[in-house]
Design a protein around this ligand. Sequence first.
Ligand code: PLP
Length: 439
Amino acid sequence: MTHILHRTIHTKMPVAVGGKGIELIDAEGKTYIDASGGAAVSCLGHGHPEVLAVLHEQLDRLAYAHTSFFTTEVTEKLADRLVADAPEGLNHVYFLTGGSEAVEAALKMARQYFVEKGEPQRRHIIARRQSYHGNTLGALATGGNEWRRAQFRPLLVETHHIDPCFAYRFQETGESDEAYAARAADQLEQKILELGPDQVMAFVAETVVGATAGAVPAVADYFKRIRAICDKYGVLLILDEVMCGMGRTGTLHACEQEGVVPDLMTIAKGLGGGYQPIGAVLLHDRIFDAFAQGSGFFHHGHTYTGHPMAAAAGLAVQEVIHRHNLLSNVVDMGDYFESRLIERFGNHHNVGDIRGRGLFRALEFVGDRTSKAPFEPALKLNARVKKEAMARGLMVYPMGGTVDGRAGDHVLLAPPFIVNKQDVDAIVDRLGEAVDAAI
Ligand code: PLP
């Protein structure tokens, strides 16, 4: 009998007791390859000795100091590192304990920015259907997944949604990438005009859509056009890189590959690699300056903001990534992973799309590859694949997609940045067996 309200009440979970490298170990001694990094979190795998050493040292030195009394060396160092590696202009950092908190803070920063600038009427948030920005109320209101929002709608602020840029589902036959990018991005302009340009506060998007759609990058130039539309109407661009950021796609920030710099960027998961709960918002100078020249503070704060242990984990993870040149491994192993997935599933009747970037990949399941009709019964195949994968010692992250009921289920794959070819082969082999067993 458990006293924990688990995610699913009637499913008995294995008990994780250890982790080493790319594997987790349960109480029965069974090992699981962590091919999803949990939910794209464990970018260095488990029990990384260099991270553990830093954490032990920080614990001995200082575990906690409240940010209304002190700053700490370790949080300052992590902020320096993040800014040194950030796109130009993102020169300020606000620390949190996870992704939802980061999104909440970014929304409040956007709002406060316009209050400071004397435009308090700007309040509308535009985001995209088929997105996930977290489960706290502001983040949930922003996300476009109706299944998650439905019963909480009375508690949510009003938000507005446009279609995602999702070529597999929405690009029309014969339509060029350029034309599709323009068509998809122009929905933002239409929505801004509909709501009144001086009433809109921010557009929020995942640079590469994570759990809800399954590792979906936008087509080339979509984000450039989005940036231009935001600039035209003075709307802030918030990129949510909680899942796709911190190296997962092969560059530290996914937006580097899009050639755009947001006004605010949220990061979390891979920032601390699961060694501690940590998230952050990177702020552009123009946001920080508005606060600095205005009220002089950000009207927000949590007890564990800037937690030294969390910062130590973030710093250690970032240093390991640099020291071992792991971003180039993400690119190389990402390419290898893609080629192995195509080899194994490229002709699979029930795999409609194989997509993603770096070590951020997904398989979308369909009932029929030509019509792209979802696998029936919808929302079940991914769960069966997860179950069969777990039985074979493999962790994959399942999710059901629901763009107007058109998207099928998918599994997300986000293995640690330390994988080698043999690891990738083992992942693809076990996944192949799991998919075949599940269908
Ligand atoms: N934003 C994105 C893109 C996410 O993928 C997630 C979590 O999956 C969140 C925000 C919320 O992060 P957290 O679960 O740490 O609150």
